[in-house]
Design a protein around this ligand. Structure first.
Ligand code: ADP
Length: 434
């Protein structure tokens, strides 16, 4: 039994005994017991009114409003209130700490609601975007109108960050990243990546310049080698060394070309305009010239001819051929290769499946690194540069697409490029393509 009820019962029993005693002595049972009930009720009504005043925070009623049952209730309520206040203070302290930490962050942070209206921003964001307190509630794209940023915000795919050079007359490089949180809210994080970007640029420039510098002397050497090969007698001891030198010089040229392609891709100079690319037609052309690529494999094509995507045609062409050429090079003769181009609910997919040597799981995550090869000797033997998949990955990134690799050693591999549904355009199919 609770303390309050016990006290109340003691009070009732004692006072009832006194009332019965008075009624017995005076022999006025009706009046005495009636007066007792009225008194009891009046006491409770008074306590309830005192309790109500106290809970409303009436300044003249001090705690506890009365003893007995109501005293106990007010004591419990007051204890609960104190614990809630403590909890609220703790929460307040934590949120103040969080706000102070966010304010001190060198990255600009802006919290946005569903319609991109600003809910909150930190000190760095205020400086970077020249924001005022009165901008809370305004849409971010009305305050910062960079076209790339507006497109990034609207597109809704926030896996990758956006790099913008120069924000509001600050001549530095910034990375913009949006993190969705708590259902519809978004946190915009803007980082100054100027130094990092410059270092990467220096590295890119170095690779591009070195490749350019090597290209000319190598072309001269190849030219001379060709002339020398033509001019030696067929039984000369120089035939074999010259052939080997020419082969190595071809390999070097292929590596330099791939390095230059990669640098061009990294420095964001994909030339030409994006437009609908008829992948089906490109694959049909590839199918027709398959004999030049291999006669030792059975290659089949499953193509959706009307399925097109918006993108850059030449780079996409090199993705198509790169994956098929890898499948040929890493599948022993007699094996089969299937090339698919299809659409499903997740988007458009280009897939190359082979029954080749396969790749152990440990290597799969690293295949798109430059010069990463599972079997260096085999790659070299088959004329590989070690850069093919790095190029494929870069081209796909430029199309916001992903490369998925599945493989089993000695069974075969599947290389699949996933393009988002937003890139798909369908063309009407002509009679000849049906
Ligand atoms: P490479 O010029 O060496 O082929 P890539 O970048 O195209 O360079 O491929 C990297 C490595 O991935 C290859 O060296 C090879 O080990 C592995 N690889 C690529 N495609 C396949 C495939 N279809 N089957 C097995 N291994 C593959």
């Amino acid at each position: 039994m609770s303390k309050g009820i016990a006290r109340e019962l003691t009070w009732i029993i004692t006072s009832l005994w006194i009332a019965i005693f008075i009624a017995w002595v005076s022999d006025q049972w009706f009046w005495v017991l009636g007066a007792y009930l009225l008194l009891y009720l009046g006491r409770h009504l008074y306590s309830v009114s005192q309790f109500e005043k106290w809970i409303k925070g009436h300044s003249r009623v001090s705690y506890p409003p009365s003893s007995g049952f109501w005293g106990e209730v007010s004591h419990l309520v007051s204890r609960k209130q104190r614990s809630l206040e403590k909890h609220a203070n703790l929460q307040l302290y934590k949120s103040e700490q969080f706000l102070a930490a966010s304010m001190a962050m060198p990255d600009a942070l802006v919290s946005l609601n569903e319609t991109h209206q600003i809910e909150w921003f930190n000190r760095s964001a205020r400086k970077l975007f020249v924001l005022k307190q009165s901008d809370i509630g305004r849409r971010i794209e009305n305050l910062y109108r960079h076209p790339d940023f507006v497109t990034y915000l609207k597109r809704g795919h926030y896996d990758q960050s956006l790099v913008i050079e120069g924000v509001n007359q600050r001549p530095r490089v910034f990375s913009f990243k949006i993190l969705p949180y708590h259902r519809v809210h978004k946190l915009l994080i803007v980082k100054d990546i100027h130094e990092l970007y410059n270092l990467a640029q220096i590295r890119r420039d170095f690779v591009a310049n070195a490749s350019h510098e090597l290209r000319t002397p190598l072309t001269v050497l190849s030219g001379y080698l060709e002339v020398m090969q033509d001019s030696v007698e067929p039984d000369s001891p120089w035939v074999k060394p010259l052939k080997s030198m020419a082969h190595q010089s071809d390999r070097m040229q292929a590596i330099i070309n791939d390095l230059l392609t990669l640098s061009a891709m990294e420095s964001e100079t994909l030339t030409g305009d994006e437009g609908p690319v008829a992948i089906g037609t490109l694959l049909t052309q590839m199918q027709e010239s398959m004999d030049q690529m291999t006669t030792e494999h059975s290659v089949s094509f499953e193509i959706d001819p009307a399925l097109q995507i918006v993108g850059y045609e030449d780079p996409l062409k090199s993705v198509l051929t790169n994956l098929v050429s890898n499948a040929i090079r890493y599948t022993p003769s007699g094996g089969s290769i299937t090339v698919r181009w299809y659409e499903d609910a997740k988007g458009a997919h280009y897939e190359v499946e082979d029954t080749g040597i396969g790749i152990a799981q440990a290597h799969i995550g690293r295949l798109t690194e430059r010069f990463y090869r599972v079997d260096t000797a085999r790659s070299r033997e088959t004329g590989g540069t070690g850069l093919g998949l790095a190029i494929v990955k870069h081209i796909l990134e430029r199309h916001q697409a992903k490369l998925v690799i599945k493989s089993q050693v000695q069974k075969g591999s599947i290389f699949r490029c996933d393009f988002s549904p937003s890139r798909i355009v369908r063309k009407p199919i002509s009679e000849s393509e049906k």
